[in-house]
Ligand binder design. Sequence first.
Ligand code: H2B
Length: 112
Amino acid sequence: MRAEKLNAAQIQEAVAKLDAWTLDTDTNTIEKTWTFDSFPTAMAFFAQAGALAERLDHHPEFLSTYTRMRVRLWTHDVNGLTHLDFELATAIDHLVATEFSQRVRSTEPPCA
Ligand code: H2B
């Protein structure tokens, strides 16, 4: 079943409920970047977030730069954002909070 593409107001509301994810209005994606304490930790995060995505059948774009990992989400099927992206974002935040909290050095952008 196809998920419904969210409109601008729905997106604003959903982003506001997330922790430090940012909306890119040019690409219609949401993203968050973590810097971890080491490259192996960043790779462990990649593996675990990947496994989580596979369970949810919703797949992020990952950008790895040494200890830093950027995760970008959108729903390819509708070329926009759906509730699936926000569920996955929440699930990834939960993964970091439960498995990696001692190993995060920063998130970008810093909380305002
Ligand atoms: N992941 C993401 N991020 N967007 C999608 O539209 C998408 C996906 N579609 N994972 C899924 C798989 C789809 O191809 C299958 C058939 O459910």
